[in-house]
Design a protein around this ligand. Structure first.
Ligand SMILES: Nc1nc2c(ncn2[C@@H]2O[C@H](COP(=O)(O)OP(=O)(O)OP(=O)(O)O)[C@@H](O)[C@H]2O)c(=O)[nH]1
Ligand SMILES: [Mg+2]
Ligand SMILES: [Zn+2]
Ligand SMILES: [Zn+2]
Length: 509
């Protein structure tokens, strides 16, 4: 009896040795699948649920950061680190729990006889050992694949950002804005506007919205509002109004700025030469042309549109413009054309007195962006007009005459333009001999053919005696063209035909 039982037990044990590997393998498999299953639950928790128990590293706080980060600029690697620490913890805990369960059920408090539970427990332990040994590299592999995926996508995100920026940059260059947009308040170039969040309750200012850390196609403001990251991506009816990036400025740019080529048209001339009225007439001429099937025109901002409305009323009642204030001029901005032909035109009408005081010509900084200039020349401002042309003739109303010598204005302007580094030999100059209408019926006071540039030039040289001025103009500028203009409109609102001719030449860059 004492021999039979151990012998039987040993025999049973011997037989058991054949099934033990299967049991161990099953236990190992169970442990591995549990590990994998838990790893995927962890993945879901870290990447999707983001509930506190899955967050070991604090997230980037958008309230401190202005905008939410793009996933592949930070959060992805943070999640990866989170997975690594939590994955390690998960592995240790799962394996330890499994061993603890086996030792409790089979060794310390077995429900069956130890003769059964100990070999069975040892088998399970062997299985767990194998499972743990298999599970570790498997989890490492999963994590490695994840890291690889993140790396590839992060590189892809950076490439996408780069491609988008390059595309936008190219478009800007094609629009003739390689150095950026002109700020019509401080006259500096804005390489890329900054934007306010469009949500009225937020208004956070985003300095650089271009693709990168905070979004590829759109960035999500800390308030969750979405903002397109490029001028290129702003649809026509959802154009945000940008702001100047220069210190001490920060004023709004036109909503159309950056979306189309720009043209800067400075008006130069002494006090009361007729700049403001000529500007009004030019814009009115564009508006009239648009009504008659010409290129569409709209004023680009509220201020320009208010000013133009006022000026149009003055033109319609044949009234007189008031002297322009000395405040630094803001461009009178309008958009002409449609679709790809659209152009943003800034006409700068500076107070005449700024052209006489040398210290104040810094107001002319906007000319750096100009390729065409308009010199408004009031013939009545030249002494010879009164002494040589008009000594005997009938009376001409002197109250509307400018009293500033055009030669003086021109030389000072040219000087300051040159100090600002503008190449005048590449620029064009339109000389608008103004107030033609005041002299109609006085052929002696006008060129024979007031619509012909050469005739006007000769008249200026021979009759008005400003040969020196004409010569200097032709020396300084690449191209000079002469016009005789009357910045007036008739009762029907039609502008004198001399104005559209001047306007078309100025805009035909
Ligand atoms: N009849 C007539 N009057 C003109 C014409 N151009 C200007 N004027 C008048 O001349 C005066 C001066 O014209 P503005 O256009 O205000 O002159 P400005 O060059 O802007 O002058 P500042 O703003 O002081 O530098 C105003 O009374 C105008 O109404 C014109 O072509 N025909
Ligand atoms: Mg004026
Ligand atoms: Zn500015
Ligand atoms: Zn916001």
């Amino acid at each position: 009896m004492f021999v039979v039982v151990p012998a039987l037990y040993l025999f049973a044990l011997f037989l058991y040795l054949f099934i033990a590997p299967f049991i161990a393998a099953l236990r190992a498999l169970a442990l591995v699948s549990e590990l994998v299953w838990r790893y995927f639950r962890l993945l879901n928790g870290v990447l999707r649920l983001r509930t506190p128990e899955f967050v070991t590293i604090p997230p980037y706080r958008p309230t401190e950061e202005l905008a939410h980060r793009n996933y592949f600029y930070g959060p992805a690697t943070r999640d990866l680190r989170q997975l690594l620490t939590q994955g390690r913890r998960l592995y240790a805990r799962t394996v330890a729990d499994a061993f603890r369960a086996v030792s409790a059920a089979q060794f310390s408090a077995p429900t069956t006889h130890r003769a059964v539970s100990v070999p069975y427990g040892l088998t399970l332990c062997a299985g767990l050992g194998a499972g743990a040994a298999l599970g570790a590299p498997l989890l490492a592999l999963l994590l490695g694949l994840h890291a690889l995926g993140v790396a590839v996508l992060a590189a892809g995100a950076r490439l996408t950002a780069l491609a988008l920026r390059t595309a936008d940059r190219t478009v800007m260059v094609l629009r003739g804005l390689p150095r950026g947009i002109l700020c019509r308040s401080c006259y500096e170039r804005v390489p890329y506007p900054q934007y306010d969040c469009p949500r009225t309750s937020c208004r956070r200012r985003h300095v650089d919205i271009r693709p990168g850390t905070f979004g590829l196609f759109r960035r999500r403001c800390a308030c969750t509002e979405r903002i397109p990251t490029l001028l290129m991506l702003m649809s026509r009816d959802a154009r945000l109004s940008g702001f100047c990036v220069h210190e001490n400025c920060g004023r709004p740019l036109n909503p159309d700025a950056g979306h189309m080529p720009e043209l800067v048209l400075p008006l130069i001339g002494g006090r009361a030469a007729g700049k403001t009225q000529l500007m009004a007439a030019m814009v009115k001429a564009m508006q009239n042309a648009a009504e008659n099937g010409g290129p569409a025109v709209r004023l680009a901002d509220q201020e320009s549109s208010d000013t133009q409305q006022l000026l149009n009323e003055i033109l319609e009642i044949q009234g007189h413009t008031r002297p322009t204030g000395k405040a630094l001029p803001q461009g009178h901005s309008l958009v002409r054309g449609t679709g790809r032909g659209e152009r943003l035109i800034h006409i700068f009408d500076t107070a005449g007195e700024r052209f006489v005081n040398r210290e104040e010509t810094d107001a002319l900084r906007y000319v750096r962006a100009a390729g065409t200039f308009v010199l408004v020349l009031d013939p009545m401002a030249v002494d010879a007009f009164w002494t040589r042309l008009d000594p005997t003739g009938p009376h001409v109303d002197r109250t509307l005459a400018s009293t500033v010598d055009p030669e003086d204005v021109f030389s000072r302007s040219v000087q300051s333009i040159r100090t600002m580094g503008t190449r005048l030999d590449k620029a064009r100059l339109a000389v608008a001999v103004s107030k033609k209408d005041l002299l109609t019926g006085r052929p002696a006071l006008l060129p024979d053919r007031p619509d012909d540039s050469d005739t006007i030039r000769d008249w200026l040289c021979e009759q008005l005696g400003v040969r020196n001025l004409v010569k200097t103009m032709e020396l300084e500028f690449g191209e000079v063209r002469f016009f005789c203009t009357a910045a007036v409109a008739d009762e029907a609102g039609r502008v004198d035909p001399s104005v559209p001719v001047l306007m078309e030449w100025c805009l035909s860059e």
